[in-house]
Design a protein around this ligand. Structure first.
Ligand SMILES: Cc1cc2nc3c(=O)[nH]c(=O)nc-3n(C[C@H](O)[C@H](O)[C@H](O)COP(=O)(O)OP(=O)(O)OC[C@H]3O[C@@H](n4cnc5c(N)ncnc54)[C@H](O)[C@@H]3O)c2cc1C
Ligand code: FES
Ligand code: FES
Length: 1335
């Protein structure tokens, strides 16, 4: 290797401040640098791979040529700091802060209720802020586009988009589709005859400070001077292991390229970065030519356009848009095809970072652009020290044939895209699990050139992505088809030949083999239709148009900006104005979320001597541990210790949950040991060096089916039975039997599990800070592991960046693992799970198998049901038994079936232990119920909604376990939902649509819900609170509940404000801790507000009773005066409040009980459109009617409902966990696990809180944290309805079952047609599939 010059100083600006880094490490990324070096912790880590947007910052650069400043969003986790020389970075702290001034973007995000846990909020702020810097008055479409790369797991996006829309020039008032008027008018009328007044404003726009774009900080003049300096010189940065070189001239670059032929050219770093991070690539030298002006240009000639390789994909998009607007349509077919894919490729951040050159040269197999560029006959202009040359961007190049490749010393200078001609057609086609920001499952670029004036193929090209290790060309088939006419016979031959040529082996990596085969020809068919339509437009005489019914097959679903309305009961006009109860009060921490000032665990400053922990996890599902060799790991720099089961002073297996594996491993992902080191990088490097030898043990049980076969269960069967099921089956008209599979779900809370464990010097005390739903549980596990009394363990919980059930039990285990490390090393431990480890280790929702036998009459009345549920519990008990109990108790849902038997078992398998997840089994089990109702409807020739209505509880009744309830609110929600959503009219309209469209189908479904909150054990619903009044009158409220983003603390402040009759501003809530409120139960089961609210209320009432004599004596006095007087009178100003809990119980022997305190009802209608050729679907509209009784905070409650609905929709449609047959979880990042993004939410979204009474709960409210989840299944059943319409049209009338999730794969393969018939099928006994279903 040639010698390198001495390192330079790295100079860039962050938030207007100059940063001079003398030892810039090429391996350090901006996220790390911001958080750990500059201590700007507003920018968050949530995935590390560019896929979530939590780390979004704005990067600004000055262009000395154009004298303009370019602002763009970037994901800091993929920005090497060395690439920032001369750039200005703006983070959320630089946008605004509470200490100085909050920015309108931050204010509006908070006030529009666009934050819940707040972990995604800084990223959201930065995406909108950057957009505003470039477009101060953006369009709603630009807002949606800007947010496409930002994930939020809490809100359901609607309020975030809405906050952005407040900056749009055009009216933000909703327009009901096509009508040009606001849906509010319509709804107000429809509610006019009601007693109560309905409100629709969750915030007041008049409160917003105006946005003045001229007030933004200026670009640092020093950076302008640096950029304009004519004597710029090459820069070199030297790290611990690597060197970074930034050339300043092209010649310089070419020399470097020749000297370091293996060094990657780091452009956007969106391919190089992830390869280093996730695939362990190592490069000693990086060359960074990003700033070279020679790589940044657009050149148009008569023949086409040439675009510099350094253009980002966003700049490419702008350039192509300009060309398309300037040139005649026929010349820009390739450009338009590229534009279409550029809209959905990754998110805005990646599109602004990734470059054309990097994309083309790195040739990912999923590339969205290369297949189109190849089909459009693009060429790559190369340059090296030896000169320039052009190579075609064709099949051999994409397939990486050595002779078609770049030479090692060459770089791509630009890409030339020729204009299309009149008789050319070029198209880009793609299908992904989700519309935006998801790699394609299959994509394609296709082009055909005809002999002028004919439909005779002169040249045909087809390139497919994602079906093999590279983009592949169907060149043989294309050759064979040359000279053929563009007709049905050609299509039929083309399909057969292409399938032959592009054979995907049955066990291919990535799975979905039959689906991919189907897509190959379905996309080809789409292209065929498009070309036929094009030919017809050019010469209608000679080329007939495609059938009208096929027209809708041509277009992909458009990305619309969502709109809608939220309706709730207005506050009683006689309520005192100071009383906040019932008002849509903003989340207590919302502003802090939006400014990045809310402190999450890893935002806490380093503690002296602290160590980082990295985990070593099992790679085997079931094996004996033969040996653990830690010697190499211990020798690495910075490593302090390796901790194993041997080091646990107390219980290594508490209540069946194992901290460190001992002697054997029972799942892939089980923690075997941890490494403690001075930095995370060192800990991780050492963890990779730990060598474990295993000996596999049989049988290894992965699926429910295998567990049943081996009789492997975690607990005894649970059963509820009423009536006489066997007898009833004898007297029914029909019986239907079936099986429903519902796969699991990853919590994907944005903040991964993070723990700070601090050992104290005295008395074996240990302090833990962590984001948990159950601090008491952590305390218990840590005490057991360390073998100390619980009184020595203090757990502090301020907030969690989302939890959804995933932080009920798992933090205890991880807390204990950290505490053991802290105890052994005697040093504080910071344990932050990387996203991949979090997904692998902590598991999620239980996969479920439901088997049903239903007896019913021809009129749809169900007489008997015999249902069996199996859940995949994983390898340890966790909460599986309880989940199963909930399933058995709740799964009757809204239906009365006189003869009903429901049984369930929790299976023990060699998967990581599944755990609590919002809804706790209900969302899975009720899919089975709705599935059998739908099956009955199908067999009775009725609508499912009719069968639901017939069998729904109608009057005061008893559940199957004999709990009495009044379903009146259920009936009301159901009725209103049918009426207000115009269900029957829209159903007819959908049928009309379906008659006219063969390849696109619409479907609607309404689901009713009877849900219960709480838990059947009275002591598990007790709660306590501690309220202190200080002498200045300020009040500190503490209670046992945890703030997870659900607004619990906000509601508690509302409660305290009402009870103490003081403004909310007097009341503070700091944290939840085992030291203030002992033995608190978990915050879960939708009862956080219910039980903690009662405890806070109780404490406040105690205090008010003490103050009462003073107030009576001085009724006109002020709060502060009363408090001062109370102190003078020696009255205690601190009180403990207590709620004994709901008196629930369940007797499993007798199969009866008052299992739950009350019921929450609801109904939801969704309408979808399905693309039968690809399996994609679009959610057109959703109407939710939720029985909220009296809402303490409608903004929080609607936020919970919408967020849960979108999370449910994810469960039932796009979220798919993939496991190998060996029990290895493949889906460990946002790249391969797709939670909904802003593009998935309903185009029209209406949520109504329905008023009822619930005297048992505080202020007659209801717990709504989980109920919305199941509403998402209306999307699943709407998809079912659409697919059923497709199947009927194709002559398939038999009832079918759609499993969950209804992914594009499931939808496409259920819409059986000539293409699914044509693909080769494999005999399952002849191969081992890449992935298996575990439900
Ligand atoms: C979260 C995420 C989502 C994504 N989603 C999609 C998607 O949906 N569809 C899709 O198609 N792609 C997607 N991508 C991939 C993305 O398009 C590519 O990573 C990107 O285009 C690569 O460009 P880059 O500038 O970042 O390359 P870099 O990572 O900087 O470089 C990549 C490689 O190209 C070489 N190289 C770069 N420029 C040149 C040059 N001028 N001459 C010679 N060699 C060069 C480098 O040596 C290096 O080996 C996604 C990426 C991420 C991180
Ligand atoms: S942390 Fe950077 S994109 Fe997810
Ligand atoms: S508020 Fe968006 S992830 Fe929690």
């Amino acid at each position: 290797m040639p010698s390198l010059p001495s390192p330079d100083e790295l100079i860039f600006f962050v938030n207007g401040r100059k940063v001079t880094e003398k030892k810039a490490d090429p391996e350090a990324n901006l996220l790390f640098y911001l958080r750990k070096v500059l201590r700007l912790t507003g920018t968050k880590y949530a995935c590390g791979g560019g896929g979530c947007g939590a780390c979004t910052v704005m990067v600004s650069r000055y262009n000395p040529k154009t004298k303009s400043i370019h602002h763009f969003p970037a994901t800091a986790c993929l920005v090497p700091i060395c690439s920032l020389y001369g750039a200005a970075v703006t983070t959320v702290e630089g946008v605004g802060s509470i200490k100085t001034r909050i920015h309108p973007v931050q204010e509006r995000l908070a006030k529009c209720h666009g934050t819940q846990c707040g972990f995604c909020s800084p990223g959201m702020v930065m995406s909108i802020y950057t957009l505003l810097r470039n477009h101060p008055e953006p369009t709603p479409e630009q807002i949606t586009e800007a947010l496409g790369g930002n994930l939020c797991r809490c809100t359901g996006y609607r309020p975030i988009v809405e906050s952005g829309k407040t900056f749009c020039a055009e009216s933000t008032v909703c327009q009901v589709k096509g009508s040009g008027k606001c849906c509010l008018d319509r709804e107000e009328r429809s509610f006019a005859n009601r007693q109560e007044k309905i409100c629709t404003k969750l915030y007041d726009e008049d409160e917003f400070q105006p946005f003045d774009p001229s007030q933004e900080p200026i670009f640092p003049p020093e950076l302008i001077r640096m950029a304009e300096d004519p004597n710029k010189r090459r820069l070199t940065f030297q790290g611990e292991r690597t060197t970074w070189i930034t050339p300043v001239t092209l010649n310089n670059l070419l020399e470097l390229r020749a000297s370091f032929p293996k060094a990657p050219l780091v452009m956007g770093n969106t391919a190089v970065g992830p390869s280093i991070k996730f695939r362990n690539e190592f490069h000693p030298v990086f060359i960074s030519p990003l700033g070279l002006p020679e790589l940044h240009f657009v050149n148009t000639t008569d023949a086409g356009v040439t675009i510099g390789a350094g253009y980002s994909l966003a700049q490419l998009n702008d350039a192509l848009r300009f060309i398309v607007s300037e040139q005649p349509k026929e010349k820009t077919k390739t450009c338009r095809a590229l534009l279409k894919h550029l809209r959905t490729l990754a998110g805005a951040q990646i599109r602004n970072m990734a470059t054309l050159g990097g994309h083309v040269v790195s040739r990912p197999n999923y590339s969205d652009l290369n297949p189109i560029l190849a089909a459009g006959n693009a060429t790559i202009n190369l340059i090296s020290k030896d000169g320039q040359r052009q190579i075609p961007l064709n099949g051999p190049f994409l397939e990486r044939s050595p002779e078609a490749n770049l030479k090692s010393e060459e770089i791509a200078l630009s890409v030339s895209i020729p204009y299309s001609t009149q008789w050319d057609f070029v198209s880009g086609l793609r299908l992904a699990q989700r519309q935006e920001n998801a790699f394609a499952i299959v994509n394609a670029g296709m082009s055909v050139k005809f002999e002028d004036g004919t439909n005779i193929i002169k040249e045909l090209q087809m390139f497919y992505g994602s079906i093999g290790p590279t983009v592949v060309s169907a060149s043989q088939s294309c050759k064979q088809l040359t000279g053929r006419q563009w007709d049905d016979q050609m299509l039929s031959d083309a399909c057969r030949w292409v399938l032959d040529e592009l054979y995907i082996p049955p066990a291919a990596k990535g799975g979905m083999v039959e689906y991919k085969r189907t897509l190959i020809i379905s996309l080809l068919f789409k292209f065929y239709l498009k070309v036929r339509q094009g030919l017809n437009k050019m010469d209608p005489q000679n080329f007939p148009d495609i059938p009208e019914k096929f027209m809708s097959a041509l277009e992909d679903f458009p990305i619309e900006t969502p709109q809608g309305l939220q309706m709730f009961q207005c506050v009683d006009p006689y309520q005192p104005p100071q009383d906040p109860v019932g008002h849509p009060v903003m989340h207590q921490s919302a502003i802090k979320h939006a400014t990045g000032e809310a402190v999450f665990i890893d935002d806490m400053p380093p503690i002296d001597q602290e160590l980082f922990l990295a985990v070593v996890t099992s790679t085997r599902a079931y094996a004996k541990i033969i040996s653990i060799d830690i010697s190499e790991a211990l020798e690495l720099p910075g490593v302090v210790d390796v901790i194993t089961a041997e080091d646990v002073p107390g219980d290594n297996s508490h209540q069946g949950e194992i901290l460190y594996a001992q002697n054997e491993v029972i799942c892939v992902g089980q923690i075997v040991c941890t490494v403690a080191a001075d930095t995370y990088a060192h800990a991780k490097a050492a963890a990779k060096k730990v060598k474990i030898t295993y000996e596999d043990v049989e049988p290894k049980i992965i699926t429910i089916e295998q567990a049943i076969k081996h009789n492997s269960f975690l607990s005894a069967e649970k059963k509820i039975e009423q009536g006489n099921v066997e007898h009833a089956f004898k007297y029914v008209d029909q019986i239907t039997e079936g099986e429903v599979h519902v796969e699991g779900q990853e919590h994907f809370y944005m903040e991964t599990q993070t723990i700070l464990a601090i050992p104290k010097r005295e008395d074996k005390e240990m302090v833990l800070h962590l984001g948990t739903q159950f601090p008491t549980h952590v305390q218990e596990y840590v005490a057991a592991a360390l073998n100390v009394p619980r009184s020595r363990i203090a757990c502090h919980m301020k907030r969690a960046g989302g939890a959804f059930g995933g932080k009920v039990t798992k933090p205890a285990l991880l807390g204990a693992v950290s505490a053991v490390a802290a105890s052994k090393t005697g040093r504080p431990i910071r344990f932050i799970l990387e996203r991949g480890d979090d997904m692998l280790i902590t598991a999620g929702r239980h996969p479920l198998l439901g088997k049903y036998k239903i007896g019913f009459m021809n009129n749809g009345v169900i007489k008997a049901a015999d249902v069996e549920y199996y859940i995949n519990g994983g390898c340890t008990p966790d909460e599986s038994e309880l989940v199963l109990e909930f399933i058995v108790l709740k799964s009757e849902n809204a239906y009365y079936i006189p003869n009903f038997r429901c049984r369930g078992r929790a299976c023990k398998t060699n998967l990581p232990s599944n755990t609590a997840f919002r809804g706790f089994g209900f969302p899975q089990a009720t899919v089975v119920v709705e599935a059998y109702i739908t099956a009955v409807a199908s067999q009775c020739n009725l609508l499912p909604e009719e069968v639901k209505e017939i069998n729904m509880y109608k009057r005061i009744s008893r559940t199957a376990y004999k709990e009495t309830f009044n379903p009146e609110p259920l009936r009301r929600c159901w009725k209103e939902c049918l009426e207000k959503s115009s269900f029957y009219a829209r159903k007819l309209a959908a049928e009309e649509f379906n008659k006219k469209n063969y390849w696109k189908k619409r479907g609607l479904a309404v689901v009713p819900m009877k849900f219960t909150i709480g838990i059947p054990m009275a002591y598990y619903t007790q709660a306590a609170a501690l309220v202190h009044i200080y002498l200045d009158g300020s009040v500190l409220v503490t209670h046992g509940g945890c703030e997870l983003g659900q607004g619990l603390h906000t509601k508690m402040i509302q409660v305290a404000s009402r009870e103490l009759n003081i403004p909310q501003s007097y009341i503070h809530l700091s944290e939840t801790s085992t030291t203030t409120v002992p033995n608190a139960i978990f915050t879960a089961g939708s009862m956080g507000t219910d039980i903690n609210g009662k405890a806070v209320q109780n404490a406040c009432q105690i205090l008010m009773a003490r103050l009462h004599p003073i107030i009576r004596k001085n009724p006109k006095g002020k709060w502060e005066e009363w408090i001062a007087k109370a102190f003078e009178d020696s009255i205690s100003l601190s009180a403990t409040g207590y709620f004994k809990g709901y008196q629930t119980n369940m007797d499993w022997e007798k199969e009866e009980g008052n299992a739950y305190p009350y019921f929450v009802y609801g109904a939801c209608c969704s309408e979808v459109e399905v693309d039968c050729l690809t399996g994609a679907h679009k959610l057109l509209r959703t109407d939710i009617f939720m029985d909220a009784a009296f809402s303490i905070n409608p903004a929080v409650d609607i936020g919970q409902i919408e967020g849960a609905f979108i999370q449910g929709m994810g469960l039932y449609t796009t979220e798919e966990l993939k496991y190998s047959p060996e029990g290895v979880l493949y889906s460990r990042s946002p790249d391969d696990y797709k939670i909904p993004t802003v593009t998935e939410i309903p185009e029209e979204f209406y949520v109504t809180l329905v008023h009822s009474r619930n005297p048992i709960a505080i202020y007659s409210s209801k717990g709504l944290g989980e109920a919305g989840m199941f509403m998402g299944s209306s999307v699943l059943f709407a998809i079912y309805d659409a697919v059923a319409a497709a199947r009927r049209e194709r002559g398939l009338t038999k009832t079918f079952t759609l499993s969950s999730p209804a992914t594009p794969e499931v939808i496409r393969m259920t819409c059986v047609d000539q293409f699914t018939d044509m693909i080769p099928r494999d005999d399952p006994s002849t191969f081992t599939p890449w992935s298996i279903r575990v439900s």
